[in-house]
Design a protein around this ligand. Structure first.
Ligand code: UD1
Length: 425
């Protein structure tokens, strides 16, 4: 699939965007902060690292629709600048004719691990700090997506994963702490459940905890779970587990931190407009991008990893969640985090539908929706995979006031719309 799409016109949004594109992304000197340095109002900025990636871009759009001003930090290592144009175009469409002032979006082409650049950026959003007054930030919260996420790659390059996902996270937290930005939403993953998910029963948050936890099971019996997780299958999963553990420790040490870790199941689909979609760079490792490649003729046949899993049709079973539902979960999480309205100041949430579909069912659904056949062949199981991974989403439903609205079929319809808009099929 041709990943770079032609940018839509952004003329109508020109006043609301500030895309910093320094020639050397890791330096701060050429940033253009002209827009916000002069701004006096106390805006509700949300800092989104990795905000032009698949989940990040859909979340940035939903944040804008929800009225937040958005600062996107994305070094474009796995995304395209044209994604920003799509976000702006969709925000323009959403706000056309509405009375509400259109929020701003700023993009900074910076690696979130570049502490010098990030420090400068955060300083630009500070207020006060002179004449003995403590500085405070206009940034009311952070959603942290920027991370490596390919399971197979994490097995062959574990140190890259630990350096980027763990060292990067710790340095970033230091910086946010310095700037007194302590509302944090972390992109975690269902992968933290490892082989526990494989027991074939939907997993609940208490299946992986960082502090001993009492809970009532389905029979209303009090149960005590110990911290830890024993079934992690790959370094990527360990980075998410360790990341959560670090955040849990941080929250315990300082009650001013308010942190939600969202454990994503399998995000699929794209914005219903067909203007924003999933465009990973390089060879896709996730299922739907691989299906898409076959659908548009870029790849002759889909490799299905494993036909001998203990599932009804032998192919692996996952909880596929529409990315727009997932993006909206972030808005809800941000709300409870910023109001410090969680049961504890570090809280994990499963973000899934509660319903599993097999890889074969995904292929069948996409074939029905696209009216095309998707040639596929069976291979051995992929290293680091589990057979089944499905969420119990009761906690997110109850405590975030969030639930999924869209289906796997909706996701396939939206993907086809996105592909058609680009004349891919
Ligand atoms: C895993 C994590 C998920 C994480 C994601 C990040 C688990 C249980 N889930 O997703 O939380 O967000 O990594 O990338 O660890 N498949 C094929 N052919 C393909 C591609 C995939 O058959 O070409 C199969 C896989 O073997 C798997 C299923 O499709 O059984 C889903 O794969 P994928 O989309 O890569 O997601 P997970 O590995 O489930």
């Amino acid at each position: 699939m041709e990943a770079q799409s032609s940018p839509p016109s952004i003329s109508s949004a020109a006043s609301s965007v500030n895309s910093s594109t320094p020639s050397t992304p890791s330096t701060t000197s050429s940033f253009d902060f002209s827009d916000h340095v002069t701004e006096q109002t106390d805006r509700r900025y949300i800092l989104v690292t990795g905000g032009l990636g698949f989940i990040g871009s859909h979340t940035s759009l939903e944040l804008l629709k929800a009225g937040y001003d958005v600062i996107i930090v994305d070094d474009l290592s796995n995304s395209y600048r044209s994604v920003l144009n799509s976000i702006i175009q969709l925000a323009d469409i959403y706000y056309a004719g509405r009375e509400h002032e259109q929020p701003k979006v700023h993009h900074h082409q910076v690696n979130y691990r570049d502490m010098e650049a990030m420090d400068s950026l955060l300083r630009e959003y500070s207020i006060g700090g002179q004449f003995g007054r403590p500085a405070r930030s206009k940034i009311m919260g952070v959603i942290h997506f920027a991370a490596f996420k390919a399971v197979a790659e994490s097995i062959s390059r574990p140190l890259d994963y630990y350096r980027n996902n763990i060292n990067g996270l710790v340095d970033f937290l230091y910086l946010l702490d310095d700037h007194k930005i302590k509302n944090f939403v972390f992109s975690s993953s269902a992968t933290v459940y490892g082989t526990i998910a494989d027991l074939g029963v939907p997993v609940r948050e208490e299946d992986c905890v960082h502090e001993p936890e009492h809970y009532l099971d389905d029979n209303q019996r009090g149960t005590l779970v110990s911290q830890g997780c024993t079934g992690l299958t790959n370094p990527y999963g360990r980075t998410k587990f360790f990341g959560e553990a670090i955040l849990s420790d941080l929250a315990k040490s300082d009650p001013l931190w308010s942190i939600a870790a969202l454990r994503y199941f399998n995000p699929v689909g794209c914005d219903a407009s067909g203007l924003l979609g999933e465009e990973p760079k390089g060879v896709p490792s996730n299922l739907l991008p691989a299906v898409t490649k076959v659908l548009i003729g870029d790849s002759p046949s889909l490799s299905v990893f494993g036909d001998d899993w203990p599932t009804p049709d032998g192919t692996a079973m996952r909880d596929f969640i529409h990315v727009t539902d997932l993006a909206q979960a972030h808005i809800r999480a941000l709300d409870v985090v910023s109001k410090q309205a969680m049961v504890k100041n570090f809280r994990t949430f499963n973000i899934g539908t509660g319903h599993g579909y097999s890889v074969q069912e995904v292929i069948n659904t996409m074939e029905q929706v696209s009216q095309r056949s998707i040639p596929h062949h069976f291979m051995g199981r992929r290293a680091g995979d589990v057979g089944t991974c499905v969420a119990r989403a009761d906690r997110s439903n109850a405590e975030l006031g969030w639930r999924t609205k869209l289906t796997l079929r909706d996701a396939c319809v939206d993907i086809c719309r996105f592909l058609r808009a680009r004349n891919y099929y």
